[in-house]
Design a binder for this molecule. Sequence first.
Ligand SMILES: NC(=O)c1ccc[n+]([C@@H]2O[C@H](COP(=O)([O-])OP(=O)(O)OC[C@H]3O[C@@H](n4cnc5c(N)ncnc54)[C@H](O)[C@@H]3O)[C@@H](O)[C@H]2O)c1
Length: 320
Amino acid sequence: MKLLVTGGAGYVGSVCAARLIEAGHDVVVVDDLSTGHVDAVPDGCRFVEGDIAEIADTLLPEGFDGVLHFAAKSLVAESMREPAKYWYGNVVTSLRLLEAIRRHSVPRLVFSSTAATYGEPETVPVLETAATRPTNTYGATKLAIDNAMTSYAAAHGLAAVSLRYFNVAGAHGRFGERHTTETHLIPIVLQVALGQRDSVAIYGEDYPTGDGSCVRDYIHVTDLADAHLLALDHAEPGEHQIYNLGNGTGFSVKQVIETCRQVTGHEIPVTMAARRPGDPAVLVASSDKARTEFKWEPAKADLTEIVRDAWTFTKARAGA
Ligand SMILES: NC(=O)c1ccc[n+]([C@@H]2O[C@H](COP(=O)([O-])OP(=O)(O)OC[C@H]3O[C@@H](n4cnc5c(N)ncnc54)[C@H](O)[C@@H]3O)[C@@H](O)[C@H]2O)c1
């Protein structure tokens, strides 16, 4: 298929673009490099630098079989301080992309949605039928895009799939996590192991979990990429399908830090901090729907393997 990948110079987009190329697809990457890196764009694709909101109408008339839309602003704290950046950068941009998709008759759209659309779920593992009550602006903007996709599928026959990722981690060769503002636990802990930070903060150790720290679900980025390939195959005209993607196993913050200690051989000092508002005790996905309908099975569900791949990538980037 000929596919447009928005945000393909970012973390998840670069890994997915690489996997799509490996699978034989013809890939065009668009990225404005606002948080991405030009050297993260995989070989074997065409790269167009620019804002997808501006460029979609110029590119899509070439004829595409599908769009995979990763481009977004995705920092929760920033979304609370600067909501306009998120309502424009995520919602307005995606609406302009959706309109271009409609005008130029692109049949498929696969979108990077998020667990943040659910807010603080009442039950875990979280099913796709759980209530969507985002507790931050980032999650609210992603939910708005999901809702727009439902309307476009119904009205215009678009084959639309939203993949709601939980915590993405790991790396694929030279493609990995390189956020300038890093908010994700595993890369932060690995920065401590590299000597780039003194310690890692644990926010709360009085949660009703085994060791008192929060429990989260980590999905290896290559397993996530494989789900995108399957989503392209399973997208149905006129339907908007939503799938949660995690590996279904929760790991506590303390377990993640301990695994990072074992993988890196570094002591990784920790500091204790107060709970952060809006942090649920346990956030674990039920990915049963993707497993059943896509026959998707995470190949790298083991936390040690996820951390090892991230560490190999991090050390290589640091020249360590
Ligand atoms: N990383 C995670 O754990 C996670 C979890 C849930 C959902 N997501 C979603 O997955 C997607 C990818 O996340 P990521 O971690 O790779 O982020 P990232 O910041 O590394 O990648 C986003 C890319 O989009 C580009 N971009 C942003 N706005 C653009 C625009 N208007 N036009 C063109 N390019 C633009 C950026 O330059 C960047 O390269 C995002 O939509 C994010 O919300 C990520």
